[in-house]
Write a protein that binds this ligand. Structure first.
Ligand SMILES: Cc1ncc(COP(=O)(O)O)c(C=O)c1O
Length: 366
């Protein structure tokens, strides 16, 4: 029986050749290919500055350090996301303040943000969950009214937009991941966007051990990190970038197949507001509470379909439960429900419409 995994990166022969060429060149780390990638992404998302890093988590860590956020500060994050969104806040010694998500979009509920703002709040990290832009326009208004920084966690959303503007270009910083579950991948990799030259410079310095060039000489001006990307990873992504627009169009077409062919009252389908462009990094449905989601994952596996839960209710994870003791089911009911009843199903460029129809058919049998 054929097995359809939940995700599978599309690495083609020419992508591999690009990597081999870099390996043969001897210039392996943060060289020409990284600079080329940064320039290509700047054009793609229309951002003044793009800095490539070792992964998506490091981009947000760099942004928080560059903004001077630390001990005693609060940062608003959605209660549903990949745990990295809150982990970076912990890493700088600040406190993540969780806000529930909307059940229809799985994105932070902008109408609940103001109630979470205190005199310690310094920033918001809204997530464009599963590749669907959150209402970043509304969130920027709130942030501007309260003088808060915004770091957009666009890990899954390269190419997504609201009102025609690419996500990652609204806030002080945007963060993208190049993990293999994303539309293009370097294995591990991250991209940070920003529109301010001083912020860009600060991040570049912090990415590379705190090094700056002063009067033609290397000087260590910060206690920085090693969050550099290798040149062969950059070459791998540069090569895939040529087909990213086509990939996103095709993924939207496959999502349409699910939208029209999954017809089961026990399955709630995702939707995309008309002012947004979705990347469909994950097609995420909600399963009726009468079905045991974890049993369903096993059953679908036996039918050759790889699925998994979509994202964590972060305050319900052991570290956060031990530290903050939030009652997530009560405080963040939508995030809690999405964590317990959400199901991510396969959607990527290597799948055919027939694969998608087969999965829809199996889901309709529930
Ligand atoms: C929403 C979100 N934020 C952050 C990350 C972290 O990215 P990375 O794995 O590249 O560090 C991910 C990873 O999948 C993610 O989905």
């Amino acid at each position: 029986m054929k097995f359809i995994p939940l995700a599978s990166p599309d690495i083609q022969a020419q992508d591999i050749q690009e990597v081999v060429d870099v390996l043969k060149s001897g210039m392996l780390v943060q060289g020409k290919k990284v600079a080329e990638l940064e320039s290509n992404i700047a054009t793609f998302v229309k951002s003044d500055y793009v800095i490539a890093t070792s992964n998506g988590t490091s981009t947000m860590h760099l942004a928080l350090v560059a903004l001077g956020i630390g001990k005693g500060d609060e940062v608003i994050v959605p209660a549903l996301s990949y745990v990295a969104t809150a982990n970076v806040v912990e890493l700088v010694g600040a406190t993540p303040v969780f806000v529930d998500v909307e059940i229809d979009s799985f994105n932070i509920d902008a109408s609940k943000i103001e109630a979470a703002i205190t005199d310690k709040t310094k920033a918001i990290i809204p997530v464009h969950e599963f590749g669907l832009p959150c209402d970043i326009v509304a969130i920027m208004k709130i942030a501007n009214a309260h003088n808060l920084y915004v770091i957009e966690d666009a890990a899954c959303a390269l190419g997504a937009s609201q009102n025609g503007q690419n996500v990652g270009t609204f806030g002080n910083f945007g963060s993208f991941s190049l993990h293999p579950r994303k539309a293009i991948s370097s294995g591990e990799g991250g991209l940070i966007t920003c529109q301010n030259p001083e912020s860009a410079k600060k991040v570049q310095i912090l990415r590379n051990h705190g090094v700056d060039i002063i009067d033609g000489k290397m000087e260590f001006v910060e206690a920085g990190f090693n969050y550099r990307m290798t040149d062969f990873q950059a070459a791998l992504v540069n090569s895939q970038l040529d087909r990213l627009a086509a990939t996103l169009t095709y993924k939207n077409e496959l999502a349409e197949v699910y939208n029209s062919e999954i017809q089961n009252p026990k399955i709630k389908l995702p939707n995309c507001p008309s002012d947004r462009v979705h990347t469909w990094q994950t097609y995420h449905v909600l399963i009726d509470a009468s079905i045991n989601r974890d049993e369903l994952i096993k059953t679908l596996r036996e039918k050759g379909i790889g699925t998994n839960y979509g994202a964590q209710c972060i305050p319900d994870q052991i570290f956060y439960k031990n530290k903050y003791n939030h009652n997530s089911a009560v405080l963040f009911p939508n995030a809690f429900r999405a964590y317990k009843e959400g199901l991510a199903i396969p959607l990527y460029e290597k799948l055919t419409r027939a694969d998608i129809s087969y999965i829809a058919e199996e889901l309709n049998k529930l």
